[in-house]
Design a protein around this ligand. Structure first.
Ligand SMILES: [Mg+2]
Length: 274
């Protein structure tokens, strides 16, 4: 029998527990530490990612929830007796490089879905861990920033727009020709280094679009922000303007154009040369 789960409350508990778990590590990292590597099992950055992930898993276990974890860190893990009941896609820390360099822009991202597919995500949380800002969405119920309903911007002109673009890839020669005309017309280009949070910035009108056409971003990084964008009634599609139909898997990559409103979305899609 399926019981009613208060996901909103549980996701906030997950976020609070993540915050508690990572605070001791952050104290050790309170000075910029450019020499810290990523990936070696025992290094402090890996410890932060794993501590954050464990905080999510332990919170869900405490509530006796059976689920399949889909995580950037540990891959796919079945938890409980009926792990197909819920799929929980987690990027424990989005923006790890920012965190380790002391750049105050990193987040945690948690999405709950009925299947391991992006279009079945029904609850989402993205939390800016530095500024204490939490974005949440529930399918059909809108998107919120610290409990305030959010809406995207109405900006349509590229002259005025602030547009995020992730160009961190060795395939940059391939991508530059695709975006040259857009870059030429855009006055304010940004990349802040935590894609989940940058998508939330489109959702709440802080920025007007965010583009990642590298084919490099993992589905785990944007699963939660996807629902927040959708529920804020901003737009997110493939670079060809098609719906994003992808599976949720640590190895599944995704490219997208997120835009505040249909007009600026159309302008951007028309300017991208694929
Ligand atoms: Mg991460």
């Amino acid at each position: 029998m399926t019981r009613k789960i208060n996901w909103q409350q549980i996701l906030i508990q997950c976020k609070n527990n993540i915050q508690n778990q990572i605070t001791p590590f952050l104290k050790k990292l309170n000075k910029p530490q450019p020499d810290l590597g990523i990936g070696a099992g025992g290094d402090p950055i890996k410890q932060i990612d794993l501590a954050a992930e464990n905080a999510v898993v332990n919170t869900l276990k405490k509530h006796k929830i059976s689920f399949t974890l889909i995580s950037e860190e540990s891959g796919i893990k079945a938890c409980g007796k009926t792990p197909d009941e819920h799929f929980v896609t987690v990027d424990p820390i989005d923006g790890t490089t920012n965190l380790m360099r002391g750049i105050p822009f990193y987040a945690t991202s948690i999405a709950v879905s009925t299947k391991p597919r992006l279009d079945t995500v029904h609850k989402a949380l993205v939390a800016d861990l530095h500024h204490g800002v939490t974005y949440m969405a529930q399918k059909g119920e809108g998107a919120y920033r610290n409990s305030q309903k959010i809406t995207p911007s109405k900006t349509v002109s590229l002259e005025e727009a602030v547009i995020g673009m992730d160009l961190n890839t060795y395939k940059v020669q391939k991508i530059i020709p695709q975006i040259t005309s857009l870059v030429k017309k855009t006055k304010h280009i940004r990349h802040l280094g935590a894609n989940a949070l940058e998508l939330c910035y489109v959702a709440d009108g802080t920025t007007d679009a965010f583009i990642d056409i590298r084919g490099k971003l993992r589905s785990t990084d944007m699963a939660a922000a996807y629902l927040i964008i959708q529920e804020a009634k901003a737009k997110i599609t493939t670079p060809r303007g098609k719906p994003l139909r992808i599976r949720l898997h640590p190895k599944q990559k995704v490219s997208f154009i997120a835009a505040a409103n249909p007009k600026i979305q159309k302008t951007i899609l028309n300017m991208i040369r694929l």
